[in-house]
Design a protein around this ligand. Structure first.
Ligand SMILES: NC(=O)c1ccc[n+]([C@@H]2O[C@H](COP(=O)([O-])OP(=O)(O)OC[C@H]3O[C@@H](n4cnc5c(N)ncnc54)[C@H](OP(=O)(O)O)[C@@H]3O)[C@@H](O)[C@H]2O)c1
Length: 176
């Protein structure tokens, strides 16, 4: 990918890379990806990855920033705590959740099939440090990773990618 015409492939990124995966990639190729697209929301803070990315100048793009999932868990904007913090700030719960991701220096790619929501998701809200802190605390009290190929994907992918408890039964590992 890095050998492609720079007019067409100006920046090469990866997805779902943990710190270990990034370290292995950089060591093996001498190349540092520009971007890593990973699951980011208040319930999945991954400070270790954020710190590594900042140190190595890798931009993090967050997916599932509303906590979207295929396992029937409530999306984050339906949580009463999130609704309350957003009401106190005078923004929507969705705006609060996106502002939280942006406050960490990361971008987000919220998905919607509704034109109004797509437009609304571009409307960035000013959110106070206090509100962001409250959301951080809430997320820490209920940590969750939703996009686990072994448990969330259909068909299941029998591989341990993130080294979570849920992935322990997986037959395959990522080689690093
Ligand atoms: N790289 C990867 O491995 C990976 C993994 C997962 C996802 N992704 C990508 O990341 C993007 C987003 O992630 P995601 O789809 O998991 O989840 P998401 O953006 O966290 O959540 C999408 C859900 O939120 C709803 N929604 C969107 N905007 C809203 C708003 N303003 N108010 C209320 N509800 C709202 C949508 O419903 P409506 O559509 O009905 O509005 C949909 O149910 C997608 O493009 C996806 O392809 C990448």
């Amino acid at each position: 990918m890095t050998k492609l015409d720079k007019k067409k492939a100006r920046a090469v990124g990866v997805s779902n890379h943990t710190v270990k995966h990034l370290e292995a990639l950089i060591k093996a190729t001498g190349q540092t990806p520009e971007v890593n697209q990973v699951e980011i929301h208040a319930r999945l803070q991954d400070d270790e990855l954020l710190e590594f990315a900042k140190k190595n100048n890798i931009h993090l793009t967050g997916y599932s920033s509303f906590g979207n999932n295929m396992i029937g868990e409530p999306l984050l904007f339906t949580e009463p705590v999130v609704e309350q913090i957003a009401a106190d700030e005078g923004c929507t719960p969705a705006q609060l959740l996106l502002a939280w991701v942006n406050s960490r220096g990361c971008s987000t790619i919220p998905k919607s099939v509704s034109a109004n929501r797509i437009k609304a998701n571009f409307e960035v809200a000013e959110v106070s440090e206090n509100a962001l802190k409250k959301l951080t605390e809430f997320g820490k009290s209920k940590p969750a990773r939703f996009n686990i190929p072994l448990t969330a994907n259909k068909p299941r992918w029998n591989i341990d990618i993130f080294k979570t408890e849920a992935e322990k039964p997986a037959k395959h590992q990522v080689i690093v």
